[in-house]
Design a protein around this ligand. Structure first.
Ligand SMILES: Cc1cc2nc3c(=O)[nH]c(=O)nc-3n(C[C@H](O)[C@H](O)[C@H](O)COP(=O)(O)OP(=O)(O)OC[C@H]3O[C@@H](n4cnc5c(N)ncnc54)[C@H](O)[C@@H]3O)c2cc1C
Length: 405
């Protein structure tokens, strides 16, 4: 692709534009970096690309605060497929990105009570139909494979034997950023404050410093910042910020083969370094929109819910010690808990991806590739992402994801 050079003001537009790029990406974390990298490596695309990232430290980006795990165990085929590409890319990261992805394929272990057994069965069928390597385990099989775990109240479990686990998501994002920059993408620390629209078409982006950048295509990948920005173009999506806390704990006992365990209550834990990370989504009535600067950890959630639940499931966790904790923000899609990814309905020249509802890091490779294909070719060439089309909201067509962790 060409180096990301700016062009002279374009006299066709009455609004004074300061620069022009073929593609302007707003939000340069996991998803934005993936779009940029996929565009940069497309030999058929010769356009200029600018990525706008308002905070190059990424201190508050979900990408930096995530549990960074990847699974095939979803209830919708499209999500199983998205992670299929994700895992393939992570396995090849060194060759593709020049950096190891730190992938550990430890698997997810979803546990179901009697009440959840049939839903687990239905989800398992969706996953195996898509070729995912997920084992169905009855309680006795669970007990022999995971001897440190209590199967009290467990009717069945599903475990990803391969193709699931955890990885260095922040490192992968940085590697994509570096590689795209080396290939000519321009990265700039700047905040997009408004999408410029003219005659039913996105024409560019206005920045906080007052400048305006003209774009052939605007792509919004701004996480929790996406919905407010899209509203400036008249597009209202039901994506809201929700706080999620992660607790890092140490356990005095070794627990070999520990996967990413999800208790029937929704409490989860997985190995991280010499310890474990764990957490749970708060109940819906205690899960309001979170203020942009509220990153305070909810320690009561650990004391009252996470720890007692884990100690009942894994007796050795009775003696665990919490060492640190942090909070991050999900971009939660209140409509159906799945990402919106694709063309903005009713507006030419505007693409978006947001509303990942807690699974965007693993979906960033496939969604980034899909948006890059739309920008460069006007259609999906590899994986068809149309089930995630933002148009489904106005049409009232939900793509409900039941497995939201
Ligand atoms: C606690 C927690 C645990 C999670 N665990 C997992 C997990 O295990 N697996 C998984 O797949 N996902 C997980 N997620 C979700 C995942 O982290 C996100 O879905 C993913 O990182 C979203 O990436 P993104 O690039 O869309 O958004 P973000 O990472 O939020 O990045 C958006 C970027 O856009 C920038 N930005 C925003 N507005 C503007 C603007 N107006 N102009 C310029 N820049 C702007 C921001 O500064 C930010 O860098 C978790 C999230 C949290 C919070």
């Amino acid at each position: 692709m060409m180096a990301g050079a700016s062009a002279p003001l374009n006299p066709r537009y009455p609004v004074g534009m300061n620069e022009r790029f073929d593609v302007v990406i707003v939000g340069g974390a996991a998803v934005g970096a993936s779009v940029a990298w996929h565009l940069a490596r497309d030999p058929a695309f010769a356009g200029s690309v600018l990525v706008l990232e308002k905070d190059a430290s990424y201190a508050r980006a979900a990408t930096a605060l995530s549990a960074s795990s990847i699974r095939r165990q979803f209830s919708t085929s499209i999500n199983v497929r998205l992670s299929g590409y994700g895992i393939a890319l992570l396995r090849e990261a060194r060759a593709l990105l020049g950096a190891d992805a730190g992938l550990h394929e430890g698997g997810y272990l979803f546990l179901a009570s009697e009440a959840g057994r049939e839903i687990l069965r239905a989800n398992h069928a969706v996953q195996t139909d898509e070729g995912a390597d997920i084992l169905w385990l009855e309680p006795d099989a669970l007990a022999s494979r995971f001897p440190w775990m209590s199967t009290e109240g467990v009717a069945a479990g599903t475990w990803g034997r391969s193709g699931e686990g955890w990885f260095d998501g922040f490192g992968v994002m940085q590697a994509m950023r570096r590689a795209s920059r080396a290939a000519g993408v321009t990265w700039r620390e700047a905040e997009g404050v408004r999408i410029l629209v003219e005659a039913g078409r996105a024409r560019g982006v206005a920045l906080a410093d007052g400048s305006r950048i003209e774009a052939g295509t605007v792509i919004v990948t701004a996480g929790t910042g996406a919905a407010p920005l899209l509203e400036t173009a008249g597009l209202a999506l039901p994506v809201r910020p929700r706080k999620r806390c992660i607790f890092y704990v140490r356990c005095p006992e070794a627990l070999p083969g520990f996967p990413l365990l999800i208790d029937p209550t929704g409490v989860y834990a997985r190995p991280e370094g010499a310890g474990f990370i764990c957490g749970v989504a708060p109940p819906e009535e205690a899960d309001p929109d979170v203020a942009p600067d509220d990153f305070e950890v909810d320690h009561a959630l650990f004391e009252e819910t996470v720890w007692p639940t884990l100690a009942a499931r894994v007796p050795a966790f009775e003696r665990l010690r919490m060492e640190r904790a942090w909070a991050g923000h999900y971009d939660m899609n209140l409509f159906d808990h799945n990402a919106f990814a694709g063309a903005a309905p009713g507006l030419e020249g505007l693409l978006l991806a947001c509303g990942f509802s807690g699974h965007g890091l693993q979906q960033a490779p496939a969604v980034g590739r899909g948006l890059a294909e739309l920008a460069a070719h006007g259609r999906f060439l590899s994986l068809d992402l149309s089930p995630l089309s933002p148009a489904r909201f106005a049409a009232g067509e939900r793509l409900v994801e039941r497995n939201v962790v």
